[in-house]
Every structure is written in structure tokens, then in C-alpha cells.
Design a protein around this ligand. Structure first.
Ligand code: GDR
Length: 314
């Protein structure tokens, strides 16, 4: 997101929490022009101070405890950060406000996890929510409170109901990157197998670089609104594995993949598929990178990274 905005000529500030946050340097290395500001989604006064310091035109709240599996083990922390964090951000915007002619605009990262046990397929902005994890529940709160502040205080607050979006920068705990990184290590002889949970789950996977453009487009509209952002294509974990192993030219992924109930969730979201017709019609947005291109991009990036690391270790 910050890279995209920097490319558009924005001066971008990133909120960084805690003392000596280990990710701060990483973020700074990836985008040297980014300025880091102290603040925590769990502390309203810190958000007010950050907004007063920066005086932003636009805020993109992509901050959350975003790992669904961890939300079952740390539900209260998830509710606080992923859920109440949105309320605090809205309050900070309401209090600091911006100028009358130039009120602060807000983007809230809502999630397809809100649909959970889906009531209809494909899912649209009108599909009822049925979250299946503390993370999903917290995102429903964040989404609803954003709508409520928009309606109550005429705030320019929009939500993107984003389906899974991946890239080589994805954390290693998420299934796509766990697979492409594990596969790269298998290819290089550094690892024998990958251990996963439920292989039957199906997701609508897009490229994060395409999705951030949709987020920005929403904020540029005269009227704030909610939009589903998705590719409209669904694939199972098995299909992801099949394609990734083909990219690596390794036959028979089944011999390299183990399953362990440790990676299964107490309640699962079986299949997601989004209908982004509204974003297509109103924002003129459509995804560019295909599923095949995404899997290849992630595998090739991991292969290059792991090969470079192995070379250094030698
Ligand atoms: P998800 O992403 O929960 O959809 O949320 P994740 O990649 O964690 O899981 C996708 C599916 O894969 C199954 N799975 C495994 N998942 C992980 N992480 N590790 C495994 O070993 C494994 N084996 C099988 C999961 O059970 C699940 O069905 C992501 C996050 O980015 C959220 O923050 C975001 O809101 C949604 O996408 C849209």
C-alpha cells in the first residue's frame, strides 16, 4: 500500500507500535521514503497524537491481528486490535477531523472472513455475515462500526471487503507462502516436506498489488461506500499445491506434503468466492494478475531468496 501511494506522489506515514518493533526496519528498507509514526490501535490517545502530528488527508487502516488461526488462541487480543482498533481509529478521525473543506478520508480493511459459513455463492456486499473465528467476528465489528460512523457523522469512511490477497511479501504463517517457501526449500534440497492442515479449503486468491489499487480508488470517490474486492475464481489448497509443484517441475506433490491436525482450525471457512461486480462498475477496477501468475511469482521469489540465503550460509 505504501509503495503504491508513494508511486502516486503521496507522502506516506506508517503507524508503528511498541518499543523497538522488529518489523520497523524491514518496512523502512522496503520503502525508504516512508516516515514512521508512533501509535497503537489499542490506545486512542496515541492515535489522536499521531493524527495531530501528521494531519493526514487519507487513512488506510490495514492494521490488525490478521492471522485467523492465532485468533482462536488469543481471542481477546484479536477483538481489541482487529475490532476495537477500528472504533478507536474512527474516534480519532472524528476528534481530529481534518479541515471542513478537507475532512480526513478513511479506508477500512474488511475481510471475506466475515462471510465465514457462507449463506450464498458468490458473496456480494449484500451477503449476510456468519463469521467462523474470533478474527472474523472482530472484522464484522470493524465493518459495522465503520458503516455506523459513516451514517452517524457523515464521515468519508469506506470498507473494502477483501478476499485473500497474496504476494511474495506474505507472512510465512499463511498457507500460500508456507507452500511456496517450503517448495523452494524442497527444490534446493533444504527441506523434505511441508506440513499443512485442511487441504480441502478453497479460497478466492488475488494479488495484493492489484487489491491496493482498489483500496485507493474507493477513497477517491465522491461518496464513501463498501465494495467486495475479489477475483471471482476459487481454488482449493490441493489445486494451489498442484500448480506450485508444476512450476517447480516436481511430480507428485502428495509425496512431499504431510497433514497435521495442529494446523486445522476449531471452525473452518470451507469455500469463498467473491463477486466484485460493484467495484468493476463503479471503480473501474479489475484484477490483472491471474492465479497461475501469482503462484509462479511467489514460488520464483522464494526460490531466489532461499538460494541467496543458502549461498550466504555456505
Ligand atoms: P485465511 O488465510 O485464514 O483465509 O485468512 P490462511 O492462508 O491462513 O488460510 C487459508 C486456508 O488454508 C488452510 N490451511 C492452512 N492455513 C495456514 N495458515 N497454515 C496451514 O498449514 C494450512 N493448511 C491448510 C486454512 O485452514 C484456511 O482454510 C487470510 C488472512 O490474510 C486474513 O487476515 C484475511 O482477512 C483473509 O485472508 C481474507
Amino acid at each position: 500500500m505504501s509503495e503504491f501511494l508513494t508511486g502516486k506522489g503521496y507522502q506516506v506515514f506508517g503507524l508503528v507500535r511498541g518499543q523497538n518493533n522488529p518489523k520497523a526496519q524491514l518496512v523502512q528498507d522496503e520503502n525508504p521514503s516512508l516516515e514512521l509514526v508512533e501509535g497503537d490501535l489499542r490506545d486512542l490517545s496515541s492515535l489522536i497524537a499521531a493524527l495531530e502530528q501528521v494531519q493526514p488527508d487519507e487513512i488506510y487502516n490495514l492494521g490488525a491481528m490478521s492471522f485467523v488461526a492465532l485468533s482462536f488462541r488469543q481471542p481477546e487480543l484479536t477483538a481489541d486490535t482487529t475490532g476495537l482498533g477500528v472504533l478507536r481509529t474512527l474516534e480519532a478521525v472524528r476528534i481530529v477531523g481534518g479541515t471542513q473543506n478537507n475532512p480526513i478520508r478513511l479506508y477500512q480493511a474488511s475481510s471475506s472472513e466475515m462471510f465465514g459459513k457462507v449463506r450464498e455463492t458468490p458473496q456480494t456486499e449484500r451477503t449476510p455475515f456468519h463469521p467462523r473465528s474470533p478474527y472474523g467476528v472482530a472484522k464484522v465489528f470493524g465493518h459495522s462500526i465503520t458503516v455506523n460512523y459513516r451514517e452517524s457523522y457523515s464521515m468519508h469512511a469506506s470498507s473494502g471487503i477483501c478476499f485473500n490477497h497474496e504476494s511474495p511479501r506474505r507472512g510465512l504463517e499463511f498457507v500460500t507462502r508456507k507452500i511456496t517457501n517450503g517448495l523452494a526449500r524442497i527444490k534446493l534440497g533444504l527441506q523434505d516436506s511441508i506440513t499443512l492442515g485442511n487441504l480441502e479449503a478453497a479460497r478466492d486468491w488475488g494479488y495484493a498489488g492489484d487489491f491496493v489499487e482498489a483500496m485507493w480508488l474507493m477513497v477517491q470517490q465522491d461518496e464513501p461506500d463498501d465494495y467486495v474486492i475479489a477475483t471471482g475464481e476459487t481454488h482449493t489448497i490441493r489445486e494451489f499445491l498442484d500448480l506450485a509443484f508444476r512450476c517447480a517441475e516436481i511430480d507428485g506433490w502428495e509425496s512431499f506434503v504431510r497433514t497435521d491436525p495442529r494446523f486445522e482450525r476449531p471452525a473452518e471457512v470451507d469455500v469463498l468466492c467473491g463477486d466484485a461486480a460493484k467495484a468493476r462498475e463503479r471503480l473501474g477496477w479489475k484484477p490483472r494478475v491471474t492465479f497461475e501468475e501469482l503462484v509462479r511469482m511467489m514460488y520464483e521469489s522464494d526460490l531466489a531468496e532461499e538460494a541467496a540465503r543458502a549461498e550466504l550460509d555456505r
